[in-house]
Design a protein around this ligand. Structure first.
Ligand code: MG
Length: 381
């Protein structure tokens, strides 16, 4: 049978290829006009969980302003960076894009504060982890097809979505969990998505942080990566200020990180003599920054943690978010009848706490706030 998609550029010998894939859990006819990984990407884009990302927070609560990143725009930025990295490295860019677009599907409302709160609520019921939840969504929770639950994605897409996993959990996941038990690296396509995620959020948090006024250009000039590139932007455009200066700086930072990542990754692939997918799995992590960029990146992260994520205005917001999640969980647990019927019945199979976690994790920021009001505000129904 001819391949379903003619190769546009030749892939590297260590790229993931469709022909060698274990495929999907449920057999399906091959797509007529696209590759299997393109089909995965398309299924993700059409999923309900993907659309909900529009109203989920990254750092700033969704209704705070229209210009801040949401998880949807973040995921699109990650896919853009990941895809261009994959293309240059001659990797499978369709697979890379699918993983990138799906990487945050399992996030709760209110960013990491929401996930931490839900994880605490679930402490005695197997915990909650957004990575595992992303996999749960594509494997089971999406309801779109007549023949199966979930999206029935390709093995490599699912493996890429599952970034980390405790060994105890990994044993429950069968073939997909094997690499965590045997300490094998994921595909380069998956490794790229991890780093693209990091490049995207560090840089857009600088941009959003400045836009919000919680951090300033003067403060950031103490961070070498920013300082170097704001200087370069000013040299090229001496009269530039305000938003344009910030954009000229941030685009230079992203470019510097992407360029560094490419050359360091190619260097590692060569020095480790990587020639096949099996070599990738055995080698130490191949996708990474040079040690100089690693240091600069670390300094930027440290700055953002101290000055933005722990800014008192952000902390006020996250503490409120945590309370909303806890209140919702406790209300549903104390009276299961408050849950929508579909979650009451899924609770019969998987236990009520997991059904509650699925319901809460699926909420957008504004839905969670509304549901909290419906359950707790006197005079509101
Ligand atoms: Mg992300």
């Amino acid at each position: 049978m001819p391949p379903s998609k003619p190769a546009v550029t030749e892939l590297a010998s260590y790229a993931v290829i469709e022909a060698a894939s274990p495929g999907r859990v449920h057999d399906e006819p091959r797509p007529k006009a696209r590759g299997e990984f393109q089909r995965d990407r398309d299924r993700i884009v059409h999923s309900t969980a993907f659309r909900r990302l529009e109203y989920k927070t990254q750092v700033f609560v969704n209704h705070e302003g229209d210009l801040f990143r949401t998880r949807l725009t973040h995921s699109i930025e990650v896919a853009q960076i990941a895809r261009s990295l994959a293309r240059t490295l001659k990797l499978n860019d369709d697979l890379t894009e699918a993983i990138a677009l799906a990487h945050d599907l399992g996030h709760t409302p209110f960013g990491h504060a929401g996930q931490d709160a839900l994880n605490e609520c679930m402490a005695e019921h197997g915990g909650f982890e957004h990575n595992l939840q992303s996999l749960r969504i594509v494997d089971r929770l999406e309801e779109r097809y007549g023949a199966f639950n979930g999206l029935n994605l390709m093995f490599e897409t699912r493996a890429g979505i599952l970034k980390h996993c405790a060994p105890a959990k990994a044993r429950e996941l069968g073939e997909l969990g094997q690499r965590f038990i045997h300490d094998r690296r994921p595909s380069l396509e998956a490794q790229i998505c991890n780093l693209a995620d990091e490049i995207a959020y560090n840089n857009h948090d600088v941009d959003d942080g400045l836009r919000s006024g919680l951090i300033t250009v003067e403060q950031l000039e103490g961070v070498s990566l920013f300082a170097r590139h704001v200087r370069a932007a000013r040299e090229e455009f001496p009269r530039l200020s305000g938003r344009r200066l910030i954009h000229e700086t941030v685009r230079r930072m992203i470019d510097a990180q992407v360029t560094d990542l490419l050359s360091e990754t190619m260097r590692r692939i060569e020095t480790q003599a990587v020639e096949s997918l099996a070599d990738v799995e055995r080698a130490p992590s191949l996708v990474g920054f040079s040690s100089e960029m690693q240091t600069e990146n670390w300094a930027l992260k440290t700055f953002l943690r101290g000055e933005l994520y722990r800014h008192y205005q952000v902390v006020r917001m996250t503490s409120k978010a945590r309370r909303v999640i806890r209140d919702l969980f406790e209300a549903f647990q104390s009276d299961v009848r408050l849950l929508p019927p579909q979650y009451q019945s899924s609770g019969e199979n998987e236990g009520i706490p997991r059904a509650i976690a699925d319901y809460i994790a699926g909420m957008t920021d504004r839905y969670a706030v509304k549901e909290h009001r419906r359950l707790f505000a006197v005079g509101e129904f």
